[in-house]
Write a protein that binds this ligand. Structure first.
Ligand code: ZN
Length: 460
């Protein structure tokens, strides 16, 4: 399988750089394709004109087990997010530790072109203070409010949580910052309780309200139901609805779909992480949400799609975690083709098998010669280079290309693959049970008396 980069009609390729979304309209006008996304019926009336991207790669993304970023890496990612046109960048959680607080404070002073720099706080005064100490101008204050969390995690009454939330928001607002109220696990909270705490938050001064699908439990239609009922409920009780935002986890692979469903109900702030990094299965990937909004919905996100790939590569490098090859938009194989029939089609017209021109995201198509074909691809390449070849010469070129790939036997390829996997595991193993109890013994001078259940500890 040989890879030829940037094959395809050059004129078309050059056009793509400037054509952007009009390319689909052009094909439609020529009667060559249908585009159901453009049907008025399929564009919900509440669709916003502009969506603002709120990125949590530096807050939630780093909660990926064993991921740790240096200060330089954090700043680099934050700057790239800013340059890409992300509206809000959540840079961390100052109350976590003194070290985290210092890092957030330094980032807040780095100077950004246009993004609002935010840092998270629980609904406690000390957490808000930690953010204010960093010179942060926007604070997402988060708390859950459903029975499960009140009983097993916060161990507080509803009244207490309401009181803390109101006090914290008022306190932050007195210091002139933007406050986003984030309702954790909102997707598993009864509607009347969501409305109760959202109303309290707005009356206390919250500027935006965030519905978090903390365990990725919603379906797109349930998301639309939830958003529309929250919106209507607030409109009824407050006579206004502040900007709404959603934070969707990807436990069922629905983070992007649920985020888009919320936008269909008028939500204009979407939370993402680069390449979908984050706890467990991660959160809605920045590049998927942006590409879908820009290309499938024709909504302006303010994000320069050409910067998405570079951002993903930087995050992959800093996180030392590989992005899956077939990941939409930023995966290695997102624009790679091997099946001979597809390759032939690509040569005739690239959009035959391309969902959108890869140039839109500053990428190139990659055509591979498969085991079963490749003659036509080689012939086209030679023609383009002005080389005249006899049919037997083309056959010979194809034969030689294939034998190169096949000289690497399957066993050898698998060995390399497992070595890479083993090294990856070593890179992110956390600490072992033995190492954990060794540390405990060094500090307490005691050995465990009863067997303890195993626990993976995040390092460092
Ligand atoms: Zn989250």
């Amino acid at each position: 399988m040989v890879n030829f980069r940037s094959v395809g009609s050059l004129a078309y390729r050059m056009e793509c750089g400037v054509m952007r979304k009009t390319i689909f309209k052009k094909l439609e006008a020529q009667g060559l394709i249908a585009n159901y996304n453009r049907l008025r019926k399929n564009l919900p009336p509440k669709l916003p004109d502009r969506v603002y991207v709120w990125d949590g790669t530096l807050r939630e993304g780093v909660e990926t087990p064993t991921v740790f970023l240096t200060y330089v890496e954090r700043v680099k990612l934050a700057k790239l997010l800013d340059e890409a046109g992300v509206s809000i960048i959540n840079v961390g959680f100052p109350a976590l530790s003194e070290e985290e607080k210092n890092a957030v404070k330094r980032i807040a002073n780095e100077g950004f072109q246009q993004a609002s720099i935010a840092a998270s706080a629980r609904a406690t005064k000390s957490d808000v203070e930690a953010c204010l100490d960093c010179g942060i101008k926007e604070i997402p204050i988060f708390t859950p409010f459903n029975g499960l969390n009140l009983q097993y995690r916060l161990k507080m009454s509803r009244e207490q949580v309401l009181k803390n939330t109101i006090e914290c928001i008022e306190y932050a607002k007195r210091h002139g910052v933007i406050v986003d109220f984030v309702l954790e696990d909102a997707s598993r909270t009864p509607l009347q309780d969501i409305l109760q705490i959202f109303e309290a938050a707005v009356r206390a001064g919250a500027d935006r309200l965030v519905i978090a699908d903390t365990v990725g439990f919603l379906r797109p239609l349930s998301m639309r139901y939830l958003v529309s009922h929250v919106r209507d409920g607030l409109q009824q009780s407050l006579g206004k609805v502040p900007p709404l935002s959603v934070h969707c986890h990807n436990d069922f692979g629905l983070a992007t779909a649920n985020t888009l469903a919320a936008v269909e109900e008028g939500v204009a702030y979407v939370q993402t992480c680069v390449a979908g990094f984050g706890e467990r299965a991660g959160v809605a990937p920045l590049e998927e949400v942006v590409a879908a909004l820009e290309i499938l919905y024709d909504i302006d996100t303010g994000v320069d799609m050409k910067k998405l790939y570079r951002l993903a590569q930087q995050a992959e490098k800093s996180f030392a975690l590989p992005i899956q090859f077939h990941k939409p938009v930023v995966g290695e194989n997102a624009f790679a083709y091997e099946v001979e029939e597809h390759v032939e089609g690509m040569l005739a017209h690239p959009l035959l098998y391309e969902p959108f021109p890869p140039e839109m995201v500053e990428r190139e198509p990659q055509l591979y010669i498969s085991r079963s074909g490749g003659r036509q691809l080689v012939q086209k390449r030679l023609e383009a280079a002005g080389i005249k070849a006899m049919p037997w010469q083309i056959d010979e070129i194809v034969r030689r290309i294939r034998s190169l790939q096949e000289s690497m036997d399957k066993g050898g390829a698998q060995m390399i693959f497992y070595q890479i996997k083993r090294l990856m595991r070593e890179l992110r193993k956390g600490i072992t049970e033995e190492e954990f109890w060794q540390i405990v013994e060094q500090v307490t001078r005691q050995k465990p008396k009863i067997p303890a259940p195993p626990l993976k500890v995040k390092e460092p």
